[in-house]
Design a binder for this molecule. Structure first.
Ligand code: VG1
Ligand code: CO
Length: 541
């Protein structure tokens, strides 16, 4: 075993979802090693344990896996399960950790961030329940990274990641596993595949865009091989180290090709996409787009249509900035509904305790208790199952839902790569203004509360404060402001806008129209334009 001397890097604090940096940062000598050793130093179970390793196939994925395997062997890990070719989507990693009772997993991905040598890389540690490490764990890893002075590795040849089967590295065994099978088998237990097969065999047209990221092989297996969709239903299905030069973020801005396929004369009935590591989903119908917050509400309202939830679900959770559409569904169903901070790690305890079965985020994240990560293809299959059961178009499903529960118009504005000091100034001045806003009338709406969101986990009672600024109005409208925890350049300010419309005759406006007043209020109180000089957001989703 080699013990290599090192010195700390000050910037290894994991964000919303793991440690994300430019590839060039990770390529610095000892950078990845320091972080990985900090995980081994703080996670005693890994010694003598089973570790799952995989990634989204982006540039540096394979290099990082070779480094990690040698370190795992030096740190006394008994066995590693590694996805073939170094691939494992985030939800598949979660499924594999759970199925084989592993002690943890490492996902090499910067998710929806661009890849390639000039793009981003990332690493995320998942714990034994299959979910992202909770804050207590990421804080311990960060604290260790700040005092680290050496790491352990062994000298060995490169491991062959392409051939399925067992190998040894020092005293550790390595098994290269099929990255798709366990996960696909699990999803088959969640939904009614025969009813989806019938839908697909009918004159129903659809496409799935894997955006040259990790979901290609998973989508081909599930949609084409197991559900009988025609070859070519999955587009951009080959994972590429640079995602084909694209931005593997499934939203209206970055999945344009797919969006166009759902518009015009030959529009598809249904289309969906996923992100870099396979945990996000975008759902489109003929000439329509399902806002992710609505998707969670609709799946919750119809949970009992899915075989795995035929007796209903105990509860549901949404991240704070996600629209309140789900809250009304939960109220009607008489089930618990939780509001958590942004990031999937906050759902873990609620899922483990059986308090919730579905959860979601406005950022194209939806999932259930089948794993402990959000799951892009789970959401796609859920929608196919729903359409098949209801024998209705996506638009009809939306219309019926809004007629029953009312509609939450929703939009998110992102201001990217803002100077970090200016972004902090925006948030600081807004926070200072909050107490004075309560009770005020803004453009005809009364502010009923304004605060900095703090969350107390109902299971372990841990407190996470400073999770975003919220301003709630008496008519259910809401404004939320927070800084992104996944960007790698400057700061990203996210502004989330939402208003409620119960009147069916007013439920078919564009979100832009419905939210004009709120955009105006947001601009005035946030001072984004004055402080940052930005006139318009960079991305609207
Ligand atoms: C964003 C989203 C958040 C999501 C996170 C990870 O975080 O807003 O909802 O959980 O990305 O998603 P932030 O801090 O940048 O707003 V993924 O698919 O990038 O792992
Ligand atoms: Co992702």
């Amino acid at each position: 075993m080699d013990i290599v001397a090192t010195t700390p890097f000050c910037d290894q604090k994991p964000g919303t979802s793991g440690l994300r940096k430019k590839v060039s940062v990770f390529q610095q000598a000892h950078y990845l090693e320091n972080f990985v050793q900090s995980i081994f130093d703080t996670q005693d179970d890994l010694k003598g344990g089973l570790l799952v390793i995989g990634g989204d196939g982006r540039f540096y994925n394979d290099t990082a896996i070779q480094i990690i395997l040698k370190m795992a062997a030096a740190n006394g890990v008994t066995k590693c399960l590694v996805g073939q070719k170094g691939l494992l989507s985030t939800p598949a990693t979660s499924a594999v950790i759970r199925k084989y009772s592993a002690n943890g997993g490492l996902v090499l991905s910067a998710s929806h961030n661009p890849g390639g040598p000039k793009g981003d890389f990332g690493i995320k540690f998942n714990v034994s329940n299959g979910g992202p490490a909770p804050e207590s764990v990421t804080e311990a890893i960060f604290a260790r990274s700040q005092v680290i002075d050496s790491y352990k590795t062994i000298s060995a040849d490169e491991i062959d990641l392409n051939t399925l089967g067992s190998q040894t590295l020092g005293e550790m065994s390595i098994e290269i596993i099929d990255p798709v099978k366990d996960y696909a088998d699990l999803l088959e237990t969640e939904f009614d595949f025969s009813v989806i097969q019938q839908l697909i065999a009918s004159d129903f047209s659809f496409a799935f865009d894997a955006m040259h990221a990790v979901t290609g092989p998973y989508a081909i297996e599930l949609l084409e091989n197991r559900l009988g969709a025609t070859k070519g239903t999955v587009i951009n299905g080959t994972p590429l180290p640079d995602f084909g030069g694209g931005h593997p973020d499934p939203n209206l801005a970055h999945a344009k090709e797919l969006l166009e396929m759902t518009q015009g004369d030959n529009a598809l009935d249904f289309a969906a996409a996923s992100d870099g590591d396979g945990d996000r989903n975008m759902i489109l119908g003929k000439n329509c787009f399902v806002v992710p917050s609505d998707s969670l509400a609709i799946l919750t309202a119809n949970a009992s249509l899915f075989p795995a939830y035929k007796d209903g679900i105990a509860g549901v959770a949404r991240s704070m900035p996600t629209s309140q559409a789900t809250d009304r569904v939960a109220e009607k169903l008489g089930i618990e509904c939780f509001e958590t901070p942004t990031g999937w790690k906050f759902f873990g305890n609620l899922l483990d305790a059986g308090r919730i079965a579905f959860c979601g985020e406005e950022s194209f994240g939806t999932g259930s208790n089948h794993v402990r990560e959000k799951d892009g293809l789970w959401a796609v299959l859920a929608w196919l199952n729903l359409i098949a059961e209801k024998q209705a178009s996506v638009q009809t499903i939306l219309d019926e839902h809004w007629a029953t529960y009312g509609r939450n118009y929703y939009v998110r504005h992102d201001y990217e790569e803002v100077d970090s000091d200016k972004a902090k100034h925006v948030m600081d001045q807004l926070e200072a203004r909050l107490p004075g806003l309560v009770g005020q009338q803004l453009q005809g709406r009364n502010v009923s509360y304004a605060d900095n969101f703090s969350y107390t986990d109902p299971i372990d009672l841990s407190v996470s404060s400073n999770q975003g600024l919220r301003i709630g109005f008496n008519d259910g409208a809401r404004l939320v402001f927070r800084l992104s925890g996944t960007g790698t350049q400057g700061a990203t300010i996210r502004v989330y806008l939402e208003c409620f419309e119960a009147d069916t005759s007013k439920q078919h406006l564009s979100s832009e129209e419905a939210l004009t007043d709120l955009v105006g209020i947001a601009n005035v109180i946030s001072q984004i334009e004055v402080i940052t000089g930005r006139l318009t957001p960079d991305v609207i989703t």
